[in-house]
Design a protein around this ligand. Structure first.
Ligand SMILES: *[C@@H]1O[C@H](CO)[C@@H](O)[C@H](O)[C@H]1NC(C)=O
Ligand SMILES: *[C@@H]1O[C@H](CO)[C@@H](O)[C@H](O)[C@H]1NC(C)=O
Ligand SMILES: *[C@@H]1O[C@H](CO)[C@@H](O)[C@H](O)[C@H]1NC(C)=O
Ligand SMILES: [Zn+2]
Length: 608
């Protein structure tokens, strides 16, 4: 996306060609990129900093709201949410989820684990590697597990944009086909495409999806549902449990997004209709259901599961790892969920001729990129790296042949491990110590600020000096570990609490000298990692993201085209959305502009 098209939906009323707006755009860019624009009038440096900061704030606030609108969904509950009240558990019908056998097994039994690091570009690896070396006092040559399994790079563009979104990105993986931004298992022209997960299920494999965001979000959705548009999450939830044209294709779902499975009018629902997806899943399709940490613990890391099993452990997103680790009694981690899935799927296939296909997503690396929060991102990547290691160890121990392929759908944030401050010479360094000091995400600090404001009467809210003091003491110093907050930073926070998430992120990034060029995605090639082996030679080097998708079904020796034919025959039963997805997708990240405008300004935009 060009900077202009990124802003267009937001600033549609502005004259675009006047000198004034050009100047404004230059200043916005300057502020966002931390470069200097010759001032139009002479001011003191201090004032100039404040003006730049304010510009950065306004421009960034506008852009991030759009980015958030584009990337994330309506959610009703800010994370972290309090532990949900226990939901009665109806055990799944074991007959419905028993191991499959097939009569003709051509290839030896095999398992495929596909990992997606949503929004993780090459710079995220440098950032995290150096952060880890710093915090653990490791030598310069110490690397991440991922680094030791570097395999190649992937080109990511979609059919309608050089900058893909996660939906087109994941459709490339699941179907092996390029599509438009916003597409969920769909090709241009409302044409569904069969996915590797569906084809694997038909061929007798067991299947699983593990994520840290909503299980209805674009990446998991692309493997087990077919809709025109990523925001059709109510429909995606239904298709994922078995209400789609193919019936049930998934055996295990672990992640967040519970709100899409509960009927409207019930506590914690974000559905527009009164459909009880959990009820349908249990009664019609035999799913077991766990909705909280206690339920997760009953699964005994996979040793006590009857499939199919639906585990929804957060109303929307699982909190960032930097925050979750302090709420481990409420939310399981990515590595815990992945361990559970590996153990459960191995057990479920132990007497079968076929193995399993498991997709594991480090979903929120992308979210940390969207809000430009490097302190949150390094912990997300470390957790992803840990999970990658767990999968490698699993494959090593397993008697069944298997492979791990891991890649990203795209980069997010235009992250750079350097940042030049306005009016300063470049500094040849960045500072992991700043990220090490932060023990909360900008998202969580912003939540704490909102909670604090809710306790204040209007008189105390107006008392900006004491609010600034509270913010500094309780959030900036205590949570972010920043002890040199500037007056203008604190007053901007006090006056714009709704933009706190990006102000906090910016305060951390500037001090760490970490740069960002966007609150959206970028077009840079992303890395591919693999457990290796001769089979994976096909995706060695620089490949197209669709080559990875084609590899997945080829490795399992399953036929996505057969599924596509079946879906085409049943096309009428796929819901049609009146959308401009294919036209608009490239410019608005997969959402029609009208949709963005309809949601413009409502509070939920910040609740992601
Ligand atoms: C709940 O959904 C039903 C349709 O399924 C709708 O008629 C009703 O208005 C919705 N209620 C609310 C409060 O949104
Ligand atoms: C195993 O799962 C069942 C059904 O969910 C549950 O009732 C039981 O308490 C679990 N066992 C353990 C040891 O957690
Ligand atoms: C974060 O660090 C501050 C001190 O720097 C401490 O007071 C606070 O308890 C820490 N929070 C957590 C959750 O570790
Ligand atoms: Zn994204």
């Amino acid at each position: 996306m060009s900077p202009r098209s990124e802003r267009t939906p937001l600033l549609a009323d502005r004259p675009r060609n006047s000198e004034d707006s050009t100047r404004r755009a230059e200043e916005e860019d300057a502020a966002l990129h931390g470069t200097a624009v010759a001032p139009s009038s002479r001011r003191t440096t201090g004032l100039r900093e404040i003006v730049l900061f304010a510009w950065a704030l306004i421009a960034t606030a506008a852009v991030i709201v759009l980015a958030v609108v584009l990337q994330h969904h309506n959610s009703t509950t800010p994370t972290p949410s309090p532990p949900p009240s226990p939901v009665p558990i109806v055990p799944g019908d074991p007959a419905a989820g028993g191991p499959y056998t097939t009569s003709s097994a051509k290839k030896p039994k095999r398992n495929l684990i596909f990992m997606v690091s949503d929004g993780m570009g090459p710079a995220s690896l440098s950032l995290t590697r150096s952060f880890r070396q710093f915090t653990s006092s490791l030598p310069i040559d110490d690397v991440l597990t991922l680094d030791r399994h570097f395999w190649g790079t992937s080109r990511t563009r979609s059919t309608n944009s050089l900058v893909t979104d996660s939906a087109a990105g994941a459709t490339a993986f699941s179907c092996g086909r390029k599509s438009y931004n916003g597409a969920i298992g769909m090709l241009p022209g409302h044409k569904p495409c069969g996915t590797v997960l569906e084809a694997a299920k038909r061929a007798g494999f067991m299947t699983g999806l593990v994520v840290t965001t909503d299980v209805t979000d674009a990446t998991p959705a692309c493997f087990a549902s077919h809709v025109d548009y990523r925001m059709q999450m109510d429909e995606i939830a239904l298709q994922e449990v078995g209400e789609g044209p193919l019936g049930r294709s998934v055996d295990l779902i672990l992640g967040g997004g519970r709100c899409h499975f509960l009927p409207n009018g019930t506590e914690g629902s974000c559905r527009v209709d009164d459909v009880d997806v959990v009820g349908i899943a249990q009664e019609k399709h035999g799913w077991g259901y766990k909705s909280d940490r206690a339920g997760f613990d009953e699964l005994r890391l996979g040793k006590n599961i009857t499939l199919p099993m639906l585990g929804l452990f957060a109303a929307t997103d699982v909190p960032f790892e930097i925050d979750r680790r302090n709420m481990a009694d409420v939310y399981p981690s990515l590595s815990e969920m992945a361990t559970t899935a590996l153990t459960a799927l191995e057990e479920a296939t132990k007497d079968s001729d076929e193995g399993f296909f498991l997709m594991i997503e480090g979903s929120r690396i992308d979210h940390a990129g969207h809000i430009n929060d490097p302190a949150a991102q390094v912990r997300e990547v470390l957790e992803y790296d840990k999970t990658f290691k767990i999968v490698l160890d699993f494959l090593e121990k397993s008697d069944t042949e298997g492979i791990l392929v891991a890649t990203s759908d795209h980069e997010t944030g235009g992250l750079a491990t350097a940042w030049q401050a306005p009016n300063e010479l470049p500094v040849y360094n960045w500072h992991p110590a700043v990220l090490a000091k932060a023990n909360a995400s900008a998202e969580y600090c912003s939540l704490l600020l909102r909670q604090h404001l809710a306790t204040l009467d209007s008189a105390s809210r107006e008392d900006s000096a004491s609010l600034m003091d509270w913010i500094n003491k309780n959030l900036v110093i205590a949570r972010l570990g920043i002890t040199d907050a500037q007056e203008y930073e604190l007053s901007t926070l006090a006056e714009n609490p709704e933009s706190a998430v990006i102000i906090f992120s910016r305060m951390v990034s500037m001090r760490a000298r970490v740069g960002w060029s966007t609150h959206g995605h970028s077009a840079v090639d992303v890395n591919i990692y693999s457990s290796g082996g001769a089979a994976a030679e096909k995706i060695r080097g620089n490949v197209e993201n669709t080559d990875i998708g084609k590899f997945l079904s080829a490795y399992l020796d399953v036929d996505v085209d057969e599924i596509t034919k079946e879906l085409e025959d049943k096309l009428e039963s796929l819901p049609v959305t009146e959308s401009e997805a294919e036209v608009q997708g490239g410019e608005t990240g997969g959402h029609p502009e009208a949709w963005v405008k309809a949601h413009w300004g409502s509070d939920w935009v910040w609740e992601f």
